[in-house]
Write a protein that binds this ligand. Structure first.
Ligand code: CA
Length: 431
């Protein structure tokens, strides 16, 4: 991406309707000057803590403090290595704190980070929070869920026979904090196109709202409105967990900026550096000089030089084979070499018409629940907004209708009493 492209952000977090604490944390940093952006990049993250009482909160809080601190201060110049360094440092900091107090033992957190850099979008990820990218009608999940369900499916290609896999969808297989070391997934760099929209969210959101719904909401609404609507929807569907969203939309490229080259691809660890090429070049030079000397009559010196060059060539080749073999085995052993650079899942967002119909239905259900339980909503304001939305629907101006109905839903949800239930839905958590 380019420095000249604007980044519009939205972020919201909410305790939900069933939890005593909000164990989620988030962070948004959009660089204010170009040199800082070139050194590191815009940084956004979500962390979902676990461990009970205030422990999960502490773990996710340490993550959102440590990752930016390292990412924005380190001297490492490769953004992929920089992101890995920052997340590894957060793991160490949480683990360290865990060992200091018996109540904090085994505390952990998920950690999903998006860096928008000059080389493209890079994801750093541990756990089951998610990073999505919305591009036009399509929504792609760029991170792999480190959950029992996903790991079983990856290992076996299916979930047949694992009857508990869906029930244990929230069991995560990797997190920051409980262990001294952690494997960090680094994905990307992904090329960034104008109008791409990124969503980081905790499972309190992704468990309640489907990918096609997420895709349509992110496409239709500006980031701050989309953030609010996602939280409202998660709560309107029972709010069983804390929910957190961070959204970033990348602006268009200004007309005076000419794109120079495609974004740099991920550096291949097997590629040979200059030192190898110089080594081979010197060996070849020695051999050619030896041949030249023999031809000019300096037989002994020439033969000696040719022999030394051949030995050097053999030595270099053996060292090269060993190097490649070692790197390959490291890549196999070390799960942290995960530069998949492709979406793990992809879906098409709902059509604007379908999204508007869905939101109108949600709004109607909420209206009934709020009137039954007397939430103290300003009904006049709500009705005016709802009427505008219905008018837009009749005129087939669906995007406008979606913005209006999102506002109407907010008018109701802002008055939601935090007593753990909505209306008479006690038996069916989805409205
Ligand atoms: Ca959660």
């Amino acid at each position: 991406m380019y420095w000249e492209q604007s980044v519009q952000c939205g972020a919201e977090t909410d305790i939900g309707l069933r939890r005593q604490n909000n164990e989620d944390s988030h962070y948004v940093h959009v660089c204010s000057d170009e040199s800082e952006w070139r050194r590191s990049g815009h940084l956004l993250m979500v962390a979902d803590g676990m461990g009970g009482h205030a422990v999960g909160e502490l773990a996710s809080q340490i993550a959102v403090e440590t990752v930016p601190h390292v990412f924005l201060k380190s001297t490492e110049t490769d953004p992929c290595k920089l992101l890995r360094e920052a997340i590894t440092a957060a793991n160490a900091a949480i683990y360290e704190r865990g060992t200091q107090n018996v109540d904090f033992l085994h505390m952990g957190t998920t950690c999903s980070v998006l860096a928008l850099t000059s080389q493209g979008a890079i994801a750093g990820h541990v756990g089951d929070s998610r990073l999505y990218r919305v591009r036009r009608d399509r929504i792609d999940q760029l991170t792999f869920d480190h959950s029992l369900e996903w790991e079983l499916e990856r290992q076996h290609g299916h979930l047949d026979g694992f009857i508990n896999a869906h029930q244990h969808r929230n069991v995560i297989t990797r997190s920051l904090g409980p262990e001294k070391s952690v494997d960090v997934d680094i994905e990307g760099p992904f090329p960034v196109y104008p109008e791409d929209t990124y969503l980081l969210c905790s499972d309190g959101v992704s468990n309640q709202i489907s990918d096609p719904e997420l895709g349509a909401i992110l496409r239709e609404l500006p980031p701050h409105q989309a953030s609010k609507l996602l939280i409202n929807l998660a709560n309107s569907r029972g709010g069983p967990d804390n929910s957190t969203v961070v959204i970033a939309r990348v602006g268009a490229l200004p007309a005076n900026v000419v794109p120079i080259s495609p974004e740099r691809a991920f550096e291949n660890p097997l590629a040979l550096g200059w030192s190898w090429l110089i080594g081979y070049w010197l060996t070849a030079l020695g051999g050619v000089t030896g041949i030249g000397m023999s031809w000019m009559g300096h037989d002994v010196q020439g033969a000696f030089l040719i022999m030394v060059s051949l030995i050097a060539l053999a030595g270099l080749s053996i060292a090269l084979v060993r190097r490649q073999k070692k790197i390959r085995s490291q890549m196999l052993l070390d799960a942290s070499f995960t530069h998949h650079s492709r979406p793990h899942r992809t879906a098409v967002g709902l059509s604007s018409k379908a999204l508007l119909e869905l939101l109108l239905k949600t709004s109607g259900d909420l209206q009934r629940a709020a009137q039954e339980d007397r939430w103290g909503v300003n009904w006049e304001e709500y009705q005016q907004t709802l009427d505008l939305s219905l008018k837009s629907q009749r005129e087939k101006r669906y995007s406008k209708g979606i913005r209006e109905i999102a506002r109407a839903i907010s008018i109701i949800m802002d008055k939601l009493p935090r007593n753990g239930t909505i209306g008479r839905e006690k038996s069916h958590p989805s409205l």
